[in-house]
Design a protein around this ligand. Structure first.
Ligand SMILES: Cc1cc2nc3c(=O)[nH]c(=O)nc-3n(C[C@H](O)[C@H](O)[C@H](O)COP(=O)(O)O)c2cc1C
Length: 322
């Protein structure tokens, strides 16, 4: 089965360490980078922006931009770097992104998106996909979205990930744009019916296994965002529950222990322990001891001196407190 579950691109969260941690919980799920702009890739430190570990694969590189030549060039760089898929961001409503004329405001310009996707697809032989909203501002009818998808699909894009709420480009912050506009799952289901040959993945507000399974009756895939952050252990049973894997589900402790070599490798290179551990602060969410775990790591993990020894102690604190 191809990857029917993915973990959403999330700026400042889905860095390489987050992905490595997630991979310990699920081998099958498609992971994303944060959005990286074409300008950053063309002019910035590519190793810092793009490097990742083989163990994280499959990984999709999400690009932000609206210039077809630059997007083509960056898609090619992404493929050469080893990414498995290139995704174009047509969902971010931040003012910084709007000033660059990309992200969600491109929903009003499907022809430009189509041209960009065509250039990107020509530059690589891995899939090029688009993540978008159901609409923006007053261009938010189901028909508007169908028009967008039709035009972009004509350029060769086969997979659309739809955040099932519109974005207001003025007046709401990016955070509010992830909470306030109502979710319209039915529109995404209908899109799949209308374009059965396309891969349609749904995103927005999905927080449990039951919800995930329910959506999969209507669409090809489910993308999970904030829930992977608030409750990362949710992902630990995805391979078994969704992909039918028969290997045992790892316990929280086993997941943490399996990361010790990775933690020690990076902290020996003078990475702050919590650069990795911040992605695991919530692994005991809703469990007794979660407070002690978080407190111990917050107090002891913001250091350049210490690796898995601190994590081992944090686990002991948790056991003692139970
Ligand atoms: C902190 C944060 C950063 C985000 N950064 C990106 C991003 O870089 N690119 C993108 O397409 N979406 C981004 N998103 C949106 C998510 O990918 C996702 O579409 C959204 O959170 C809705 O899914 P959820 O309800 O499962 O979280 C971000 C969301 C959050 C919470």
């Amino acid at each position: 089965m191809s990857q029917v579950i993915s973990i959403a691109p999330m700026m400042d969260y889905t860095d390489r360490h987050f992905r490595y941690v997630m991979r310990k919980m699920t081998k099958k799920t498609l992971l994303y980078t944060e959005m990286i702009t074409t300008q950053a890739i063309i002019h910035g430190d590519r190793h810092k922006l793009l490097d990742f570990s083989e163990e994280e694969k499959p990984v999709s590189l999400q690009l932000g931009g609206d210039n077809e030549e630059e997007l083509g060039e960056c898609a090619k760089i992404g493929q050469e770097w080893g990414y498995d898929e290139i995704n174009l961001n047509v969902g971010c409503p931040s003012s910084r992104v709007q000033n660059g004329n990309f992200g969600a405001c491109l929903m009003a310009k499907p022809e430009i998106v189509a041209k960009c996707v065509e250039k990107m697809q020509k530059a690589v032989n891995i899939p090029v996909t688009v993540k978008h909203r159901i609409g923006i501002d007053n261009q938010d009818s189901y028909e508007d979205m169908v028009n967008f998808v039709k035009i972009v699909a004509n350029s060769g894009c086969q997979k659309f990930i739809v955040h099932a709420r519109k974005a207001w480009l003025q007046g709401l912050s990016p955070k509010e744009n992830r909470d306030i506009p109502p979710l319209r799952y039915q529109d995404v289901y209908q899109l799949k019916q209308e374009f059965p040959h396309l891969t349609i993945e749904i995103n927005g507000g999905i927080t449990t296994m039951e919800e995930t399974k329910h959506h999969l009756k209507f669409v090809d895939g489910v993308m999970i965002g904030r829930a992977a952050y608030d409750n990362p252990y949710l992902l630990a049973s995805i391979d078994q529950e969704i992909y039918g894997e028969t290997t045992p589900i790892l316990t929280r402790q086993e997941i943490i222990e399996s990361l010790y070599p990775y933690i020690d490798f990076w902290t020996a290179k003078k990475l702050k322990l919590n650069t990795i551990m911040r992605h695991l602060l919530q692994i005991f969410a809703k469990q007794s001891g979660t407070k002690q775990w978080k407190r111990y790591l917050s107090e002891n993990g913001n250091t350049f001196n210490g690796g898995s020894d601190i994590v081992r102690q944090a686990l002991k604190e948790l056991v003692i407190s139970n």
